[in-house]
Design a protein around this ligand. Sequence first.
Ligand code: AOF
Ligand code: ZN
Length: 386
Amino acid sequence: MTDRDYMERAICLAKKGRGYTNPNPVVGAVIVRDGKVIGEGYHRIWGGLHAEREAIASLRESARGASLYVTLEPCCHYGKTPPCTEAILEEKITRVVIGSRDPNPKVSGRGAEILRQAGVEVVEDFMREECDRLNPVFFHYITTGTPYVIMKYAMTADGKIATKTGASKWITGEKSRAVVHGMRRNCMGIMAGIGTVLADDPMLNVRLEGTGDISGPSEGPGRRDPVRIICDSRLRIPEDSRICRTAKEYPTIIACKGPGEAGSARDTAVEEKRRRLEAAGIRVVFLPDHGGSVDLKALMRYLGDLGIDSVLLEGGGELNDSALRAGIVREVKVFVAPKIFGGAEARTPVAGLGVEAVEEAAGLKLQEVSRVGDDILLEYVTQGIG
Ligand code: AOF
Ligand code: ZN
């Protein structure tokens, strides 16, 4: 077994925490002595032990002189738990192999430095790319304070998200729809526009029954339902929509534009509707206007302040266009279904005015292509946006 094998195991362990640790990172750790794994662990749930301490807790023998492989630089601050650097030194671990650097300003190189100062051999940036790929959301959120936005849509092979009459159930197959619920589960927010609510009356919750994908507790910190976020600049949402009727069970935010202070220039009809929606359990937030709709950058700052680190954007064409133009989109996930709707009027994933010159296109970098049942999933990160 090589350093690579042990780090690969740590990466594998880290992945088990996905969807449970937000807004904290997923982290895995393996302790090895004399070529034998003597301890391993991962960050299981937000607020729980860090991966290093989980690995230490699993030890059945002393780790004196052992090596620790950890996907993220050990922390050195007192947060919800005491510093992992202390636990590592107490165990007399003498070599620490680190994957990602921790951009958290409370750590940021100091964890590695403290270990080195104490005489531990520290290897940094080991399989860093692979380890960094575990935590794009954490890295983005800890450095910007705003959520990592993933724009997701499903389209036909001719690029339509609905037929000319607006029918869209279903474009993709069952397997793809289950994958979408997995994506929702791993995000702290799911965002859609009022157009989607009016057209489809969606629930925007997580339904994973029968997929065998539920691997942990379904409630509590780290395993909460994603917040549903509706961009509804003029507060048009029907009070009998499924979103409004279920807001007591599933946290819901409606973002509209307008003056922030209750009772100010807002008209009374809007004010009364806001009160009724809030009584139904919805949080209504008034944000600045940006070109006629809600200022999405301001919305992202608001969501970031609430601790929301990630948003799955399931907008229609208008919201997708606004999000791209506001520069808030970090990833794009596209399902392509093996059918053709045709029709110049049928809607496409990104509306708005579009660009004129080819060079003005929103840039994407292809990361992954996979087959999901009979559909194809294309996964991109954005480039030069935001
Ligand atoms: C984790 N899990 O396994 C590691 C983390 O809020 P706290 O006190 O739990 O500290 C969170 C910070 O600790 C986090 O932002 C990251 O910088 C560092 N490492 N966090 O949640 C872990 N190793
Ligand atoms: Zn720690």
